[in-house]
Design a protein around this ligand. Structure first.
Ligand code: VGL
Ligand code: ZN
Length: 207
């Protein structure tokens, strides 16, 4: 059982990222039982929830003539244009119905500002705007952040990298994640995480 210096961050296990969802991650539903079992081994669990307004800058539909999975330049840098997903208050933005971590303490919603995306649970895509998660975890005495959920190469990776940047130890539980893998993004994500000192483990090794 992981105690008070560890936290499990369950990233974006939401309907729109499931097979058949608006931004489906292949086999994304397979993480649910793995994440549930993992959550039982942590005293401290938090969720992140992708939570966009309908006019969000990351949606291709808000860029006339552009298609999903193309990229655009925004003031803060390059942005992938996604299908409309995880719109605030819609069923697609809800957590998967079988996700079970009733003892989770906090839900960090992210990506709710129209003009800024947020893959990371810590800092938005402008790399300046904090979500408050680092402060919350520090005040809670957390030292190591364990990450799982969707998608490995976007929200999980950015969350793990930012955990390191904020001074926490970080571990990704790789079989409790699934990836989008757009143009080599998964390989890049693992390289970046390795370079930043993010550790990698499997759920059956966590106890
Ligand atoms: C995500 C793309 C857009 C994720 C969220 O949860 O990985 N990816 N919004
Ligand atoms: Zn999103």
């Amino acid at each position: 059982m992981k105690g008070s210096t560890d936290v499990l961050v369950i990233v974006d296990v939401q309907n729109d990222f499931m097979p058949g969802g608006a931004l489906a991650v292949a086999r994304g539903d397979e993480v649910v039982p793995v994440v549930n079992a993992l959550a039982g081994r942590f005293e401290h669990v938090v969720f992140t929830q992708d939570w966009h307004p309908l006019d969000h800058v990351s949606f291709a539909a808000n860029h006339p003539g552009r298609q999903p999975f193309e990229t655009v330049r925004l003031p803060y840098g390059e942005q992938v244009l996604w299908p409309t997903h995880c719109v605030q208050g819609t069923p697609g933005a809800e957590m998967h119905a079988e996700l079970k971590a009733a003892h989770a303490r906090l839900v960090i919603r992210k990506g709710y500002r129209r003009d800024i995306d947020s893959y990371s649970g810590f800092v938005e895509a402008d790399r300046k705007t904090p979500t408050g998660l680092a402060g919350y975890l520090r005040e809670s005495g957390v030292r190591r952040v364990w990450c799982c959920g969707l998608a490995t190469d976007y929200c999980v990776a950015w969350t793990a990298l930012d955990a390191r940047a904020a001074g926490f130890d970080a571990v990704v539980v790789e079989d409790a994640c699934r990836a989008i893998d757009l143009d080599g993004s998964l390989g890049r994500a693992w390289r970046d995480m390795e370079a930043a000192g993010v550790e990698r483990t499997r759920a059956d090794e966590v106890r």
